[in-house]
Design a protein around this ligand. Structure first.
Ligand code: ADP
Ligand code: ASP
Ligand code: MG
Length: 599
């Protein structure tokens, strides 16, 4: 007999008939000899409807009242499902987050779970009842008891956290698609189902826009080793398992807040190559990285951003032994990228003797303070950051090789962990290098001109944003340096969620004025498209293939960032869907069958 947590999303409980179908599935699971805790979402588009109502009354509704309002959606579903179960002879009881004892931090509309009491749940289970729990909600009890919610899509997180707290055998997420697909079938009907995916890959995909799982749910599954499967609530297909390596036992306190960083990693032998002032037009990145891949040279980090005069800087790192060959390729291409011979366009810059130092951990998702703490720690040690590359679960900084040991030691102290050299992962060769493609249409781009090139600037900037709880992604410092008022300066660009954009621009403008930095520019008409896969580690040509697919379709790349297992490109908003489709096809991920998602 197993203890199973089943979660049913909005569409799966969207009508009385659907709720009755869910009751049948739960009943069958119990009849097969299992104990079941069910977590449900609000019916259909109820939460969207409640948000709309609030917006009709206030443009910026009070966050406490939003929680009071939105938490009602799930309360309707638990009562109805419990009744449906009782109707078919299955004893059941509904419980709200507060009744279970799902304790969260006192952060309205985006609370993290701290702990979950299991007594009441276990008491009911032992009486043979199915417990139906309201997802997405909890209570904070710091001073007075308050209802909190976890953030949109948060019922997945409730379910996996319950599974961890109950030490359940596994957690099943029932939804309106047959599992995790290579991309969103609503945008690419030829998307294909995967039988399994690693937690790390899913963490990236979920954070980069694949809404099928809430990223924090994957984080908990990874940290607590909860076996997790995503299935269709319409069929009996096996779905997709999210696999995680064995974990050490963790305390169930501060569940979503415990240790945000698991490790400090480093690679002491990197060199950086930059191509400065290349034209801002489709095909440049494709040409450069295509030629490099043609020589079977493996590139590690890649960044690209637009700067003054609307030209791009592209920078990338390679392991020192292949630097000379990579440099030869870049120098050979450069003349073709110049509009006029002998101009300062397409200048090749080489910085030898650099090291990559990274912090890694699933707990940094949505916690802007973690990256800010890394930058502040390096700044306090007087270490300048030459290049930053971020993924959802890793922040990497390129520093002078001479500073590598000191950077590792101060970071290990700051995050109270041990360091390890970056160990190349051995990807599962059964699977293609790129597993999934995601589109995020919820981001905006901010750029700050002329930030002094001194230690501590990133710490200041991202520290300010983290004070206002604004998460940042795709941080890119320009490669070219310009001396203004006797101080060398660079531009810094990054992306933030749409809902945070104006607040971020306002706060940064105040800071920039005080410190004598340049203008803060906001561009909201962007989309971010990303490829994810553990198999891209050590495989030349993956990024080039993505850039090439965009170039062939005349889609200009505005920004690039990479981590070991993902490449993200910012493109114009109106080209986002097309970009997703052509990249999905370029990696051969399209199947012959078309998906139709139930509405
Ligand atoms: P639920 O209400 O069950 O939580 P969601 O709407 O939150 O469902 O998530 C399921 C949706 O996620 C699917 O209908 C699909 O459009 C979208 N989606 C985005 N990316 C993917 C992907 N890679 N695989 C499967 N579904 C995806
Ligand atoms: N009902 C909430 C939402 O729509 C939570 C969830 O469904 O996961 O965001
Ligand atoms: Mg969901």
């Amino acid at each position: 007999m197993a203890l199973i947590v089943q979660k049913y999303g909005g569409t799966s409980v969207g009508s009385v008939e659907r709720i009755q179908a869910v009751a049948q599935r739960v009943y069958k699971t119990v009849q097969s000899g299992n104990s079941v805790v069910v977590v449900v979402s609000a019916m259909g588009k109820t939460t969207d409807g409640l948000v709309k109502l609030a917006n009709e009354i206030s443009q910026s509704p009070n966050r406490r009242e939003m929680d009071m309002l939105l938490s009602t959606g799930e309360q309707v579903t638990i009562a109805l499902l419990s009744m449906a179960l009782q109707e078919i002879g299955q004893p059941a009881v509904s419980l709200t987050g507060a009744q279970v004892g799902i304790i969260t931090e006192a952060e309205h509309t985006r609370a993290r779970i701290l702990s979950i009491s299991t007594e009441r749940l276990m008491g009911q289970i032992n009486q043979g009842k199915v417990v139906v729990v309201a997802g997405f909600q909890g209570i904070s009890n710091t001073s007075e008891i308050e209802i909190t919610t976890l953030g949109r899509g948060g019922s997945d997180t409730s379910a996996v956290a319950l599974a961890a707290a109950l030490n359940a055998d596994f957690c099943e997420i029932y939804t309106d698609v047959p599992g995790i697909l290579t991309t969103d079938p609503r945008l690419v009907p030829e998307a294909q189902l995967m039988t399994e995916i690693t937690c790390d890959e899913m963490l990236e995909l979920a954070s980069l826009g694949a809404k099928v799982l809430h990223p924090r749910a994957v984080e908990i599954a990874k940290n607590y080793g909860v076996p997790l499967v995503v299935r269709s609530s319409w069929t009996d297909q096996p779905g997709t398992w999210v696999t995680s390596p064995k974990v050490q036992e963790r305390a169930l306190v501060n569940l979503e807040l415990a240790r945000p960083v698991d490790g400090v990693e480093f690679d002491p032998n990197q060199a950086k190559l930059s191509l400065l002032r290349v034209p801002d037009k489709p095909g440049v990145a494709a040409q450069l990285f295509g030629e490099i891949a043609g020589q079977s040279l493996d590139v590690d980090l890649i960044i690209q951003s637009i700067h003054e005069g609307n030209t791009n800087d592209i920078a990338f790192t390679v392991n020192t032994p292949i630097l000379k060959r990579a440099e030869a390729v870049a120098s050979a291409i450069a003349p073709a990228l110049r509009n006029q011979p002998n101009s300062d366009e397409a200048e090749v810059l080489v910085e030898n003797d650099t090291a990559k130092v990274s912090i890694a951990g699933a707990g940094m998702i949505g916690r802007p303070g973690v990256a800010a703490k890394m930058f502040a720690t390096l700044a306090q040690a007087g270490i300048n950051i030459q290049m930053i590359s971020t993924s959802e679960v890793k922040v990497s900084c390129l520093v002078d090789q001479d500073n590598c040991d000191r950077a590792i030691s101060v970071l290990c102290d700051a995050f109270e962990i041990a360091a390890s050299a970056t160990i190349p992962q051995t990807p599962n060769s059964e699977f293609p290098a790129v597993r999934g493609v995601a589109l995020d249409r919820n981001q905006t781009r901010l750029a700050i001109r002329q930030v002094p090139d001194q230690p501590g600037m990133s710490a200041k900037l991202f520290g300010l944003l983290s004070e206002h709880n604004i998460s940042v992604d795709m941080i890119i410092q320009s490669q070219r340096c310009r001396v203004v008022d006797g101080v060398p300066r660079r531009d810094i660009a990054f992306t933030v969620a749409r809902m945070d954009a104006e607040n971020a621009q306002e706060k940064l403008t105040e800071m920039a004025e005080q410190l004598g930095w340049g203008e803060v520019i906001l561009d909201s008409a962007i989309a971010k498209v990303s490829i994810v896969g553990s198999g891209m580690v050590g495989q030349p040509g993956i990024a080039a293939k993505m850039f090439n697919a965009l170039a062939e379709n005349h889609i200009n790349i505005q920004m690039i960032t990479t981590s070991e297992i993902k490449v993200s490109c910012v493109v114009a908003e109106n080209e986002g869907v097309k970009a997703l489709q052509v990249i999905h096809a370029a990696f051969g991920l399209s199947g012959s069958e078309k998906f139709v998602v139930p509405s």
